[in-house]
Design a protein around this ligand. Structure first.
Ligand code: SF4
Length: 248
């Protein structure tokens, strides 16, 4: 393995440093549990409607809960037309217990109805049209473009991508929208379709929000660890032998 390019301060990110991180992650996430939306996308041949609805359900919800709820829902309705025929109450029952299930049920139905009335029963294919759907923000829209429409022009930034890009020192930003724009400047387009998958998987398994496992992290030599004050125990030193984090 090539050594990580040396960096001591945030700001300019040499393309070799980004390449080192991305290649390391490609290798390291092999065999790790994938995010729920990626799994649903893979099992449904990147169906745009299912990617969009699964992403709506996934906000602030455990992956296993999202996956189970999306599976129940898609057993009943797999297209915008079929979904728009369900009542909000029926959708609520199918997706419970995802967090904010009442709001999400309303958005699932309203977005489906809008696809039927304005987009001929299909998922729209541009960022502008996607964010015009009820409940669909930039994160959902960019993920649909990347996973379902194979866009190579977008980066999907959620809390994991925002946090890790800042810890690595690739960006110095306060919120995900800012991070997305900063990543377009800091990284080459060839990495954009992979940033979400790699960093979300890393964020769920190693670079967690609290007590990141820096001692076990394959990116440690390349990471500036910006903002990291407390790190989790390493696997070897943890009596839990697993995550190394109390209670996790
Ligand atoms: S070294 Fe620590 S902060 Fe940096 S990516 Fe790894 S776990 Fe995250």
């Amino acid at each position: 393995m090539k050594a990580a390019p040396t960096r001591t301060k945030p700001g300019f990110v040499p393309s070799a440093a980004v390449e080192h991180v991305m290649r390391t992650l490609a290798r390291e996430i092999d065999g790790m549990e994938l995010p729920a939306v990626e799994k649903i996308s893979g099992s449904q041949q990147e169906d745009p409607f299912q990617v969009l609805i699964a992403t709506l359900l996934s906000a602030r919800t455990q992956d296993a809960t999202t996956h189970a709820a999306a599976t129940r829902l898609f057993r009943v309705a797999r297209t915008p037309r079929r979904m728009a025929r369900l009542t909000v109450k029926e959708i609520e029952k199918l997706i419970y217990p995802v967090s904010f299930y009442r709001n999400k049920a309303r958005f699932v139905r309203a977005a489906s109805e809008t696809m039927v009335t304005r987009f001929g029963g299909s998922v729209p294919t541009t960022l502008e049209e996607l964010v015009s759907l009820p409940g669909v923000g930039r994160k959902t829209a960019t993920l649909v473009l990347i996973l379902a429409f194979r866009s190579r022009q977008h980066v999907c930034v959620d809390t994991h991508v925002h946090r890790i890009a800042n810890r690595l020192g690739w960006v110095a930003t306060r919120e995900p929208g800012e991070t997305e724009q900063a990543l377009y400047r800091a990284t080459e387009p060839r990495w954009w379709p992979y940033i979400n998958l790699y960093l979300v998987t890393w964020g769920q398994n190693v670079c967690r929000p609290v007590y990141p496992r820096c001692g076990d992290c394959a990116l440690a030599a390349a990471c500036l660890k910006i903002g990291v004050t407390k790190i989790g125990k390493t696997r070897a030193s943890s009596p839990l032998g697993g995550t190394g984090q109390p209670g996790l």
